[in-house]
Ligand binder design. Structure first.
Ligand code: DQA
Length: 150
């Protein structure tokens, strides 16, 4: 049997606090709940699910995704709005990128309205709480299949 296609789901700073951090904005589900949801949404796939509070680590993992994955879902958290380094590494990918947010940054403070990641993402899913991840994972799987990567 061929190896299962691999999906990277990468999470940026403070998402380890999911469930306790501003639950009125981000919901009560924990990151472990979100991971389980991602796994359920992509049967037959191997999901590599990670979180870091460090920009350079996130960049290393994006580089790794290019060598191992058929698609990438990324919630870069605040780095969405600040990181040209993250944009630059995302530009090197040939696999589909789906940007994912629990909240809808476009309807929040002005400083969240710009996303560097949106410049390279095939799709952005935002504002559905933990369900954003389910929708993002499904979209990433579909995009990879459409492109013949899985
Ligand atoms: C977030 C939105 C970002 O603006 C914020 O910095 C986060 C989480 C979201 O998932 O809604 O940390 O990416």
């Amino acid at each position: 049997m061929p190896d299962a296609p691999v999906l990277y789901v990468l999470n940026g700073p403070n998402l380890n606090l999911l469930g306790e951090r501003e639950p009125e904005i981000y919901g009560r589900e924990t990151l472990a709940d979100v991971q389980a949801l991602c796994e359920r949404a992509s049967p037959g796939w191997t999901v590599i699910f990670r979180q870091t509070n460090h920009e350079g680590v996130l960049i290393d993992w994006v580089q790794e995704a290019q060598t191992r994955a058929a698609a990438l879902v990324i919630n870069p958290a605040a780095y969405t709005h600040t990181s040209i380094a993250l944009l630059d590494v995302l530009k090197t990918l040939s696999i589909p990128i789906v940007e994912c947010h629990l909240s809808d940054p476009a309807t929040r403070e002005a400083f969240r309205r710009h996303s560097y990641v949106a410049l390279v993402a095939a799709k952005t899913v935002a504002g559905h709480g933990a369900r954003s991840y389910e929708l993002a994972v499904r979209a990433a799987v579909e995009l990879a299949q459409e492109r013949g990567l899985a």
